[in-house]
Design a protein around this ligand. Structure first.
Ligand SMILES: Nc1ncnc2c1ncn2[C@@H]1O[C@H](COP(=O)(O)OP(=O)(O)O)[C@@H](O)[C@H]1O
Ligand SMILES: [Mg+2]
Length: 238
């Protein structure tokens, strides 16, 4: 008796998966929202990295926002070496997509992106997908009817039958997780922010705003990075 068994994908952020009863329900399309520098890209890669290392799960990280080199440098500063998981996690950037798709002439950017992502699914059979970021995808897509187009895009993502994390860049201090209703279309939202705790100190925070298919805490936790591990701990003094 009781709840239907839902398979969970761990974020590997210590203390955070517990707050979602074990992790993100498999198959969800989840937005990771936050202002610049809140570690969105780092956390997204971190979860692919640990899912590959600990559970052998195959992942794909599509970075449109930041070049591959620059992302690798950032990951290196956090002690993650993408080459150590390269048989499981593919890290592709816009330059690589363009190089592989330049024969496709007449297709719109959105079609190119979908074709590329589908081809990658066929060749790698990834279970986890990261798209970094939603805003760059929308910008490149030059969408004429953004709300409808995004609705169909989220439906298309669900049809991929993988667990997807889409990064959304927000403005500092904003509680708008995505500007065109994508937050309604997604199955989950994880919010990252910086909190000023006094005149000089700023702390990172993480919170699960929404997560279909599981109970979860909606509180903010302090996000720490120590010895190669992300941790979510209770905010002291609130
Ligand atoms: N070794 C480190 N430990 C903790 N934070 C770091 C480390 N190296 C870089 N950072 C932080 O990572 C931030 C960039 O992370 P990133 O994942 O690119 O953020 P986002 O994608 O949200 O813009 C930098 O602003 C810096 O504060
Ligand atoms: Mg980023």
């Amino acid at each position: 008796m009781g709840a239907r068994l839902v398979l969970k994908i761990k974020t590997y952020i210590e203390g955070f998966d517990d707050k979602m009863n074990g992790g993100v329900p498999k198959g969800n399309v989840v937005i990771i929202a936050g202002e610049p520098g809140t570690l969105k890209s780092s956390i997204a890669f971190y979860l692919l990295y640990n899912n590959a290392k600990c559970e052998g799960r195959v992942g794909a990280y599509i970075t449109l926002e930041q070049g591959r080199e620059s992302l690798v440098q950032q990951l290196d500063s956090l002690g993650m070496d993408p080459t150590s998981v390269e048989s499981k996690v593919s890290l592709v950037d816009l330059a690589l997509i363009r190089k592989n798709m330049d024969k496709l002439g007449q297709q719109t950017w959105m079609q190119i992106f979908k074709t590329y992502t589908n081809n990658l699914k066929e060749s790698l059979d990834y279970e986890l997908l990261v798209i970094d970021s939603l805003q760059v995808l929308e910008m490149l897509g030059n969408l004429e009817t953004p709300r409808q187009d995004l609705f169909h895009f989220f439906e298309w993502l669900r049809d991929l039958k993988v667990t997807t994390f889409i990064i959304s860049e927000t403005k500092a201090g904003s509680d708008v997780y995505a500007e065109k209703g994508e937050d309604f279309l997604s199955d989950g939202i994880i919010h990252l922010k910086m909190d000023k705790v006094d005149d000089v100190n700023v702390q990172r925070r993480i919170r699960c705003v929404k997560m279909r298919g599981t109970g979860h805490s909606t509180n903010y936790y302090t996000l720490l990075f120590q010895n190669g591990v992300f941790q979510a701990t209770r905010v002291i003094g609130e």
